[in-house]
Design a protein around this ligand. Structure first.
Ligand code: NDP
Length: 288
């Protein structure tokens, strides 16, 4: 193995500590804590785990956590009414509705209802538009975390060839927008892409967000490339990424492991986005 392992867990711990310090200063200046509301509908065990860990991380970062747990048979009007209350609540800076919602609920309508200025997940089309046009807004947490790891690893990204595999609204598309804004030359690949290995072989940066275990092979990579593995796949009970780790690590210059790479960055970036929202809502300047 030749690649440097990018320690997302350590980077995320540092980011959370910095966010915690700034959140304490925010409380002193604003006379209240920055607040994140998390809405969970139903009993999905994985979602419950995510919500619990987000709540714990929020409190540990000197912020207020408001958890709203609704029964699985909650109707659309009740959920929309809760989002409206949270939009109007001055103690709530960020609102996150844990996905997936139970099938009878209209996910898109709920996400559209969240005020774009409290949309710390960055899923609202207004924030997607802000990202696409270079306006300040909220960037989805996972690609934001990937960008932070890349900048930490490589410094200035300008002029680099980047291939993003996957074009979802929550990872691939915003990742491509962030890399474009960082002056990379970006290829956004998906299931209809022809000769994916050929594209990947030219890339200085590869971000894999496909959802297929071990999909990206080491032999596709340009020697020395930086590889960011977003995938979270469960194989025989173990978590594994979208990149075939052993073969990739023998060619890449640096690579994120799964677990311990991108995953921990997502919650850290959620806290960071909430802190940014709090400063904007309170009219207090923040050096970003
Ligand atoms: P989606 O299923 O929404 O998107 C997958 C993308 O991969 C699609 O754009 C699809 O293309 C593309 N794709 C599928 N097959 C191929 C193929 N053979 N060749 C090229 N592209 C292909 O997934 P997400 O973006 O939501 O998530 C991707 C992965 O990242 C998952 O493993 C998920 O668990 C993980 N994830 C991890 C997070 C973290 O915190 N670390 C957060 C969010 C996601 P097409 O559009 O053409 O169908």
């Amino acid at each position: 193995m030749t690649a440097e392992i990018i320690d997302g867990k350590a980077f995320a711990a540092g980011l959370r500590a910095r966010v915690g310090d700034v959140a304490a200063a925010f409380e002193a200046a604003a006379g209240r804590k920055a607040g994140l509301a998390v809405v969970l509908v139903g009993e999905d065990p994985a979602s419950a785990v995510y919500v619990r860990s987000k709540g714990k991380a929020t409190l540990a970062a000197n912020m207020a956590s408001f958890e709203h747990k609704l029964p699985a048979d909650t109707d659309q009007a009740t959920l929309i009414a809760l989002v409206d209350r949270l939009n109007a609540d001055g103690k709530v800076d960020g609102i996150l509705v844990q996905l997936p919602l139970p099938k009878h609920l209209d996910e898109q309508a709920v996400l559209l209802r969240i005020s774009p200025d409290k949309d710390v997940d960055g899923f609202h089309p207004v924030n997607a538009g802000r990202l696409a046009t270079g306006m300040p807004g909220f960037v989805p947490c996972t690609p934001l975390g990937c960008l932070m790891l890349l900048k930490d690893q490589l410094g200035d990204l300008s002029g680099k060839e980047a291939v993003v595999i996957g074009r979802s609204n929550i990872v691939g598309k915003p990742m491509a927008a962030l890399l474009t804004a960082a002056s990379c030359t970006v290829t956004l690949a998906h299931s209809r892409t022809r000769d994916l290995p050929g594209h990947v072989s030219r890339a200085d940066i590869v971000v894999a967000a496909v959802g297929r275990a071990g999909f990206v092979k080491g032999e596709w990579l340009k020697p020395g490339a930086t590889v960011i593995d977003v995938g979270i796949n469960r194989v025989d009970g173990a978590l594994t990424g979208d990149v075939e780790f052993d073969s990739a690590a023998s060619v890449a210059g640096a690579i994120t492991p799964v677990p311990g790479g991108v995953g921990p960055m997502t919650i850290a970036c959620l806290l960071r986005n909430t802190l940014v929202a709090a400063h904007r809502n309170a009219g207090i300047a923040l050096d970003e």
